[in-house]
Design a protein around this ligand. Structure first.
Ligand code: FAD
Length: 494
């Protein structure tokens, strides 16, 4: 009997380990489904799933993870996973912010579905993490999924590693994840059936999927900078022309590579001598450059237009940036050389070989982006009502507030918005009225663009979804309910 028990423990341990160690999105989902099947766990039992999994997987390595997650689950804000028991949430987009939001909503006890249009996590680019995000991810067991997570003074992670780790945590806490599924549009409840009829649903691609029959109380747009959700006005911040280049080179993890120092962006902006020398020696004119050593050697830099023209990267000069950076106006070979030369100079020629890593399209991983206009949504949430069914709609991550990559604010502000959104959904589940709810959310959203790693609360251990634990100067009533009436969209009145 004892032996059989041991065997079962080790089999469960192995299955779980396969899941934890999976290195791709598809591999993770596959290992998860094998794990559930073999251990007879029901992933659609979203509320009981985490405890069933914990009871089934008792080997020593998993225990450390359970310890961390148990601590998280015990936050009083989640009311023992009963705060949002009847709330059904759809999250559009499986980027870092979509998954981070999904985890919080699952911990509140909500039914959470994430749909992601792709089935691979392939972004080599690296995200800067603020100290609180590092702590947050550590507390979710980041190191169990990715041993190298923020070791020593490292404060960054590749987007793909972050997505992978968050996908795993989301699955563990009972989130339902569908890849290869694209959000097409929101479907209103049918008018003639009132509250007895079906509620809010969505049209997805492929169309013949059971998701089309799901009804939702909350929909969250986490689909990145080109959000597809209707109803949100976008504010445009037009700055001076800003062209960013990202480049990823193969990291062979040699001793020579390990010795090369990273370049943290913020400090470098002020190093004028470096940029003058760079220009003199190579003709490359940059405003800043960041270098992180991760799975790849990752560089992000903002380049001046004239030097891109001089070096033949941009072929013809146009006023409109869209035309300027259109693929037929960019010499790809020259772009590869430009970024490689800048990377080489920036690291004092110490990286032994600068071979480009390969991107999602099988091409050398270099890209040029226009940051002249950055977008932010005017509002963070709205409520729709039709035929007696209410729907709370919210944005998080880049959909809400687009980051300027060289400053690396995307994930840090994105997670803050994920927590703020979870807080709002908790209020919604508790029956808070739409205008009170929306005015509170807008009050908190006003703080977001001003947040920096320095001005948010330093007591990371105390962080919860309650905004008061994170924003020192919180005034949750600065926007008044009458100012958000336009965000309560009642179909019948239209
Ligand atoms: P994203 O990470 O953009 O995730 C959105 C997800 O939604 C994607 O997985 C997308 O496939 C999915 N999606 C989109 N539309 C739909 C739909 N209709 N249905 C279903 N799913 C959908 N930041 C930096 O700081 N430095 C960088 O170098 C950098 N490089 C980037 C490179 C690229 C190509 C992109 C897209 C973003 C980059 N960012 C970078 C931004 C950074 O990735 C984000 O700030 C961060 O990932 C948090 O964003 P998010 O989760 O809100 O959105």
């Amino acid at each position: 009997m004892g032996e059989m028990e041991d065997e079962r423990t080790s089999q469960a341990g192995q299955l779980f380990e396969n899941f934890v160690q999976a290195t791709t999105c598809k591999g993770t989902l596959q290992a998860f489904s094998v794990l559930c099947r073999q251990l007879e766990l029901n992933p659609s039992d979203h509320r009981g799933f985490y405890s069933s999994l914990k009871a089934a997987v008792t080997y020593w390595k998993a225990k450390g993870l359970w310890g961390k997650l148990d601590k998280r689950v015990s936050h009083k804000e989640y009311s023992k996973g009963k705060a949002c028991v009847d709330t059904r949430c759809l999250i559009i987009g499986g980027g870092p912010c979509g998954f981070r939001t999904a985890i919080e909503l699952a911990l509140l006890g909500a039914k959470v579905v994430v749909i992601e249009k792709r089935d691979t996590f392939s972004r080599n680019n690296v995200l800067h993490l603020w100290p609180y995000t590092i702590q947050d991810l550590r507390d979710l067991g980041a190191k169990k999924f990715y041993g190298k997570f923020c070791a020593g003074s490292i404060d960054h992670i590749s987007i793909r590693q972050l997505q992978l780790m968050l996908l795993k945590i989301a699955l563990i806490v009972g989130v339902e994840v569908h890849v290869n599924m694209e959000f097409a549009k929101l479907l209103e409840p049918p008018e003639d059936q009132g509250t007895d009829g079906p509620g809010w649903r969505v049209e997805v691609r492929p169309a013949d999927h059971p998701i089309s029959d799901y009804e939702f109380d909350v929909i969250i747009g986490a689909d990145g900078r080109r959000s597809t959700l209707d109803g949100f006005k976008r504010k445009e911040f037009r700055g001076k022309l800003a062209i960013a280049i990202t480049a990823n080179f193969v990291n062979r993890n040699t001793t020579a590579e390990a010795k090369v120092e990273e370049i943290s962006g913020v400090a470098f902006i002020f190093n004028q001598k470096f940029f003058l020398e760079l220009k003199e020696e190579t003709g490359i004119d940059l405003e800043n450059i960041v270098y992180y050593k991760d799975n790849t050697h990752y560089f992000v830099m903002t380049a001046k237009k004239q030097s891109l023209l001089d070096k033949g990267v941009i072929i013809n000069d146009y006023i409109e940036t869209e035309r300027l950076l259109a693929s037929d106006n960019v010499n790809q070979e020259a772009l590869l050389s430009y970024a490689r030369e800048a990377a080489d100079f920036g690291t004092n020629y110490q990286l032994p070989s600068l071979d480009y890593a390969i991107n999602h399209y099988g091409q050398p991983d270099v890209a040029m982006f226009d940051f002249t206009c950055m977008y932010a949504s005017e509002n963070a949430a709205l409520v729709r009502e039709k035929s007696g069914h209410q729907l709370l709609v919210a944005l998080v991550g880049d959909s809400l507030l687009e980051p300027f990559w060289p400053m690396g604010t995307g994930c840090a502000r994105g997670f803050l918005a994920a927590f703020d959104t979870a807080w709002m959904i908790k209020g919604w589940a508790q029956g808070k009225g739409p205008l009170d709810l929306l005015s509170e959310r807008e009050s908190i959203y006003r703080l977001l663009p001003q947040t920096t790693a320095e001005n948010i609360s330093k007591n990371f251990e105390q962080y919860t979804i309650d905004p008061a634990t994170r924003y020192p100067n919180l005034n949750s009533t600065c926007v008044r309910p009458h100012q958000v009436r336009h965000l309560y969209i009642n179909g019948e009145q239209d």
